[in-house]
Design a protein around this ligand. Structure first.
Ligand SMILES: [Zn+2]
Length: 205
């Protein structure tokens, strides 16, 4: 098994939280020390020896795609799910996840562009960073809004908090529709005005 630096970190984090939650108190610190001292190769051989899998069967993004893990869904198409990150780096930090394990698809990029536009219009960040990431070979797009005078910092949010951010995005969407309607109305009025002008009697100097 080959793992990337990112996966190495992620697996360590998972094991740390597993140890903290499941190990008896007196075993915790020695186990954590042991884990901490492992390099990548040692960790991989430890995982293999103990039959610990962090591949597709346990891929968190596959589980989100299958909706076995609840998430705050912004939008969905046949091949992808756009969700709000539960540990966002900033408000509106979103993940565009292909439902199937593997590479991002053309449709993933399209959905990412769409959500990026919505975040820009609705949450008014300075910019939205678009990053392709992979966790255990499951690629996804990470959209990270950057705000003025706010540093990026992971902060766990509850589903309720995420729902509020989601609503912000959807509400402004409606506002956009309203603006469009207004524009159309104005156009109609302008047209009518132009037509009226045509009927005005010509001035005779
Ligand atoms: Zn996966």
């Amino acid at each position: 098994m080959e793992i990337s630096e990112e996966e190495f970190k992620e697996i360590k984090e998972k094991l740390i939280s597993y140890i903290n939650n499941n190990f008896p108190e007196d075993k915790k610190s020695s186990s954590l020390d042991k884990l901490d001292s492992m390099n990548k190769e040692e960790l991989v051989s430890f995982l293999e020896k103990n039959n610990i899998l962090f591949e597709e069967e346990q891929c968190v993004f596959c589980l989100i795609g299958l909706k076995k893990i609840p998430s705050c869904i912004l939008e969905e198409d046949e091949e992808n799910l756009a969700v709000l990150d539960i540990n966002p780096l900033s408000e509106g930090n979103s993940l565009i996840i292909p439902k199937s394990h593997g590479k991002v698809k053309e449709s993933t990029l399209l959905l990412a562009q769409k959500i990026k536009g919505e975040i820009k219009n609705n949450l008014m960040p300075l910019e939205v960073k678009v990053e392709k990431q992979a966790m255990f070979n499951h690629e996804l797009i990470n959209l990270i809004p950057i705000y003025k005078d706010k540093e990026l910092k992971k902060e766990k949010k509850s589903i309720e908090e995420l729902e509020i951010i989601k609503e912000k995005i959807l509400k402004k969407d409606n506002q956009e529709d309203l603006n469009k309607k207004e524009e159309t109305l104005n156009n109609v009025e302008e047209q009518e005005a132009e037509e009226k002008n045509l009927w005005l009697p010509k001035r005779i100097p």
